[in-house]
Design a protein around this ligand. Structure first.
Ligand code: GDP
Ligand code: PGA
Ligand code: MN
Ligand code: MN
Length: 612
């Protein structure tokens, strides 16, 4: 038995509630050692992980890790929100009674860290001093060292962050136990894994994975599920799967902040990181604030504010290259202490590679292993076409490594929000951009976000499905209440943001090519949106929002086929009429959906019917 008091005394951890919590869980999971971690321990932990063979060097100050091959993405099926209130049950949150899930988790976690070290990771999901700081503190207990390395990059980590809380008991209890990965029956009827957020007890219990999306509890379970529940229960804020960026118009001196949600692996990181102002003369510059989570609230001045609670980027590697996202490559340069997970790795040269990093994979196969650890040179003919990297392979790097990170990215004040956009992978129907002025119609648009699911979750790739506000996998309470909370928060703002729906992924029906070049060019429709908000352009009204005209959209330097341009700047009224029926079925699943949302739905449906 570890002498927990002695360990905590030596670490200088004084918060009595945290001490109590560590003791309680140490007695359950029975680790051999306990260690309290701060960001300053990173270099030592990296060295220990290298020595133990848990990570490999990938160049100067860069590291490579592989997660178990059946553990490479979030599992939506095994993810559960448990509370003590049956009314929290929603269409998507896999709600279960807290009383039912807690004993199950206790049973699984009992003795499950034996032989391992339990790391105590105190973290803050906010810049210190944030008005939402009371909801941001947490302590992750994890028995996996690579998870600690990720937490240090993705969150603010340190004892001081939780030792002086205004309310010392107000921190999220986040317990992560890895379990015996080769024997958990992943994806079978005997699946042992469970990822549970006991939202009304501010307790997170995750068992059976070391993959970031399941195991970095500060990020997804706290930053999204727990925080959205807290935001609603307190009536104070929204926590959304949103990127956040700033655009400064040097000519007018105005700065705009846009946030928005696309489902996982649908372009948030790229949009926030890599817009290309250089393509449009010297007029704009674009700053990065966040790529996956934003918390939004109304400030004392009545404005809507947003901030990124994270401290790093957990980005999809696939297709990241000099053309698509040079900023991302800069942020994972030698010396950045970035980690790569499940990409291909050369054990001799220590290089990494993923599909789309270069046009062709390295010609010399010597030393290359794929994401499962198999030598590429020894592949059988039938395996030749298998990807080298897992499609959901990732890079993890601190925000401070991102070259265009905003100078005020950790200002606790947050930034005023001018626009909220929704989007996703939609191969038809959705135009490049449609602006929506009305708040209820904007919220309605978010609630009816329909897109193709991606490899960021197990077993759903390519499925067309509704993903409200891109929060489907993170929804923690009932959707009707969620919609009402959105209307309330945005309704309180004295200056309303403009809403828009965007789509970078419309494809040609015949050869499947993307109709819009995307990536760095996505700045163009966003600039149009801000001009629209300012009344500088009027666009063209359609039943589903205002679309830019070809003249209004800055297309300088782009060489797009006219027919592609026509397609992305028009709507297919027939297809949209059909869509309205699906939306109605989708919305009917939500108990207590506010009447304003139904009115918005009927307005759009009627406008489509009236359209010639
Ligand atoms: P996130 O998971 O929402 O942050 O999405 P990412 O920005 O990481 O992108 C996920 C995948 O979509 C990556 O493979 C990107 O290369 C690809 N992607 C991102 N933006 C675009 C775009 O504008 N056009 C196209 N065609 N692909 C994109
Ligand atoms: P993503 O983040 O949205 O950038 O893919 C991780 C996730 O949502 O699983
Ligand atoms: Mn995400
Ligand atoms: Mn991302």
């Amino acid at each position: 038995m570890v002498d927990v008091d002695k360990v905590l005394d030596e670490a200088g951890l004084t918060n009595p509630h945290v001490r109590e919590y560590v003791k309680e869980w140490a007695a359950i999971t029975t680790p051999d050692r306990i260690e309290v971690v701060s960001a300053a321990d990173d270099a030592r932990l990296i060295q220990e992980s290298l020595d133990a063979g848990e990570i490999e060097p990938a160049g100067e100050g860069l590291y490579y890790s592989r997660s178990y091959y059946k553990d490479t993405a979030r599992s939506e099926e095994r993810t559960i929100v448990a509370t003590n209130k049956p009314s929290d049950k929603g269409a998507y949150n896999n709600w279960r009674p807290a009383d039912e899930m807690k004993p199950i988790m206790l049973e699984r976690m009992k003795g499950a860290s034996a032989g391992k070290t339990m790391y105590v990771v105190p973290y803050l999901m906010a810049p210190p001093g944030s008005p939402l700081e009371a909801y941001a503190a947490g302590v992750e207990l994890t028995d996996h060292r690579t998870v600690v390395l990720h937490m240090i990059r993705m969150a603010r980590v340190g004892i001081d962050l939780i030792d002086n809380l205004a309310d010392p008991d107000s921190f999220v209890r986040a317990v992560h136990v890895t379990g015996d990965l080769p024997n958990l029956g992943q994806g079978t009827p005997e699946d042992e894994r469970y990822f549970v957020t006991v939202a009304d007890e501010r307790t997170i219990l995750h068992y059976g994975s070391s993959y970031g999306g399941n195991a970095l509890l500060g990020k997804i379970a706290h930053g999204l599920r727990q925080a959205s529940y807290d935001g609603w229960a307190s009536g104070k804020f929204l926590a959304e799967q949103f990127m956040l960026l700033g655009i400064t118009d040097k000519q007018t001196g105005k700065k705009y902040h846009i946030c928005g949600g696309f489902p996982s692996a649908s372009g948030k990181t790229n949009l926030a990181m890599t817009l290309a102002p250089d393509a449009l003369g010297d007029r704009y510059y674009v700053e990065f604030y966040g790529d996956d989570i934003a918390w939004l609230w109304v400030g004392e001045d009545g404005k809507l504010y947003g901030m990124n609670p994270e401290n790093g980027v957990f980005g999809v590697a696939k297709d990241t290259n000099e053309l698509t996202n040079p900023t991302a490559l800069d942020s994972i340069q030698p010396g950045t202490q970035a980690l790569f997970t499940n990409v291909a790795y050369n054990e001799k040269t220590h290089e990494v590679w993923w599909e789309g990093k270069t046009k062709n994979p390295p010609a010399d196969l010597d030393g290359w292993r794929d994401w499962k650890g198999s030598l590429i040179a020894e592949r059988t003919p039938e395996d030749q076409n298998e990807p080298w990297a897992h499609p959901n392979s990732r890079f993890t790097t601190a925000l401070s490594n991102v070259p265009n990170v905003a100078s005020d990215y950790d200002d606790p004040k947050g930034v005023p929000i001018d626009g909220i956009i929704f989007g996703g992978r939609t191969r038809d129907r959705e135009p490049l951009i449609r602006a929506i002025d009305d708040i209820a119609e904007g919220v309605y648009d978010g609630l009816t976000l329909g897109a193709e699911a991606t490899f960021a979750a197990e077993g759903v790739e390519g499925q067309l499905r509704y993903d409200p506000m891109s929060m489907r996998p993170f929804m923690s309470y009932a959707e009707g209440a969620y919609a009402a909370h959105w209307l309330k928060i945005i309704g309180q703002a004295t200056e309303k943001p403009v809403f828009a729906h965007v789509n970078w992924f419309q494809r040609d029906a015949e050869d499947g090519h993307f109709l819009w070049p995307g990536y760095r060019e996505n700045l163009r429709p966003l600039l149009w949106l801000m001009q629209y908000k300012n009344g500088e352009v009027t666009g063209r009204k359609t039943p589903v929002g205002v679309l830019p005209t070809e003249e209004e959209l800055d297309l300088s330097g782009l060489d797009l086929p006219q027919e592609d341009l026509d397609r992305i700047l028009t709507i297919d009224v027939e297809r949209w009429r059909q869509e309205m029926g699906f939306r109605e079925e989708h919305l009917k699943q939500f108990d207590g959906l506010p009447e304003e949302i139904w009115e918005a739905h009927r307005r759009v449906a009627k406008a489509l019917e009236d359209e010639a």
